[in-house]
Design a protein. Structure first.
Length: 265
């Protein structure tokens, strides 16, 4: 019997954490939003995800038979020490209000594990603007956005892809934050999902990439103020993505000067 896939679920954990609510409110209001918006981004999020989004995702993945640990921004080394990454096959990443607080050394550490070590990376929702995703994409990763709690319909456009396993031809999220094109990322190796929003926009919401030995999947749904990570289809996609992104048992990387395989005389 093969060993279970080892997953580290990483979450910024500021919106849901009362000890960080003052920081979140200050940042939200500095962006020009109202005090009511700042309250929704703190107390409102905590009501939806009492113990953090990472707890909901990790509990589900554990039930699927994965070996799961969690890590958060405020831990030493953001919970992503060399020892933790050595014990990680797939890393999921959710961040939003504190991307700038992620240490560049940790970003480089994660990038190396993806490129050279083959670790899978699943970037969720507002993680599109994380340092690690922007580093791996080489672009701004910017997009259009709107908070109006509108409906999203996600269409499966690669029905045979492993990440689409067990899904209907489309599924809907009743209320969400809109993300719209243009989405400043490289063309995906495979585009699994396209979203349509009630306001009329569309978005590439399920993007697969290969970076070195590793696989990267960006999945759009997951706005913090709404219970999206409780929705079965969303959790099914994350489960499928973990299995897809897990390292392949490929040959060892060998660089530098190398003796010939055949006799050159």
């Amino acid at each position: 019997m093969s060993a279970p896939i080892r997953v580290t679920v990483w979450n910024e954990f500021w919106h849901e954490n009362p000890r960080r609510h003052a920081d979140v409110k200050s940042r939200v209001m500095n962006y020009g939003f109202s005090e009511d918006h700042a309250i929704r981004a703190t107390e409102g999020v905590q009501r939806v995800y009492r113990d953090g989004m990472h707890k909901v995702i990790a509990d589900h993945l554990s039930q699927q038979g994965f070996a799961v640990r969690v890590a958060t921004l405020d831990e030493p080394e953001h919970g992503l020490s060399d020892a933790v990454l050595d014990d990680t096959d797939v890393l999921t990443w959710w961040g939003h209000i504190a991307h700038d607080q992620v240490d560049d050394e940790i970003v480089d550490r994660v990038r190396e594990r993806v490129n050279m070590g083959g670790m899978g990376l699943i970037v969720l929702h507002s993680g599109h603007y994380s340092k690690i995703f922007k580093t791996l994409m080489g672009t701004t990763c910017m997009l259009k956005t709107r908070e109006a709690d509108e409906k999203e319909r996600l269409w499966v456009i690669e029905q045979g892809h492993p990440i689409a396993r067990g899904l209907p031809e489309y599924f809907e999220i009743p209320q969400t934050e809109m993300y719209g094109e243009p989405f400043d990322v490289p063309a995906p190796d495979t585009l699994v999902f396209v979203s349509w929003f009630q306001g009329g926009e569309v978005f590439r919401s399920g993007c697969c990439y290969h970076r070195g030995r590793g696989k990267v999947f960006y999945f759009r749904p997951g706005h913090e103020t709404l219970p999206i990570y409780y929705q079965p289809e969303v959790l099914q996609v994350i489960t499928n993505a973990v299995r897809w992104a897990a390292p392949a048992d490929g040959p060892e990387l060998i660089f530098g000067d190398h003796p010939p395989l055949e006799n050159l005389d």
